[in-house]
Design a protein around this ligand. Sequence first.
Ligand SMILES: O=C(O)CNC(=O)[C@H](CS)NC(=O)CCC(=O)C(=O)O
Length: 322
Amino acid sequence: MPPHQLLSFLLCPGLRIPRLSVLCAQPRPRDMAISSSSWELPLVAVCQVTSTPDKQQNFKTCAELVREAARLGACLAFLPEAFDFIARDPEETLRLSEPLSGNLLGEYTQLARECGLWLSLGGFHERGQDWKQTQKIYNCHVILNNKGSVVATYRKTHLCDVEIPGQGPMRESNSTIPGPSLESPVSTPAGKIGLAICYDMRFPELSLALVQAGAEILTYPSAFGSVTGPAHWEVLLRARAIETQCYVVAAAQCGRHHEKRASYGHSMVVDPWGTVVARCSEGPGLCLARIDLGYLRQLRQNLPVFQHRRPDLYSSLGHPLS
Ligand SMILES: O=C(O)CNC(=O)[C@H](CS)NC(=O)CCC(=O)C(=O)O
């Protein structure tokens, strides 16, 4: 078993000492050997936080984790959906929102520059160009490079309007406009990243479109519910990884945000075989994983599902059931 598969560092932000944890990875066929030494492979960090309506405090927490990620040698850090804040109601969400050119993104630009690492800001409450007319926002996943420049944006296309007993109704469309399009995967030091957000993970069509466009890493920054979480979270993420043969990185909100809302946590990285190679422990913190694109390419050769597809049978998928 390659050592980078077995090791994942679990950190508590309060403690400065990394806790070393050994995960039981599932066996892989022997011939899918790793070509590079594990320490040459890019290291990514997945940050887990409990956002509240306090934007400055949330920034402080995220910045601390990002600095820790940089200190540990990560080239890219992932923050969850709503890393900026989680408000109590749609009015507060709209009031706290900012344009991409606002102060908060400015602070993250400086942070990326200072730490010299890339950031996936998994779901920014964005006042877009149409804010004046619509008075609604976009749920925007922003990628910053290590100079702090915005290199990609994706606006969540599937909005979470659901009513799950025991979880409280979610009506994202009360405050948010769905994004108009998917975005081309973005080249980063860790690989080509396909952008998605949270509820998007329930739509395998989206992940197939992204992998077809060249994605090697799928990202699902999330604020997953505490009822759907235990039933669906890990299963969905591992299924997306196995069927697309991509790494899946899912930074999550955890814990209680305010009186009315809690999230499931369980941030993780899944490799293209479907093995969970890193996961956060309970509460805010981070976990690290190495991305091995040589392994990904080998797996895609050995198990060539993309060559076996039958679009002649199901290319018009995705219309509502009648
Ligand atoms: O509200 C904000 O500020 C940010 N947006 C979210 O947290 C969104 C919409 S409420 N949450 C989800 O999509 C959870 C999906 C989920 O839990 C599932 O698919 O089961």
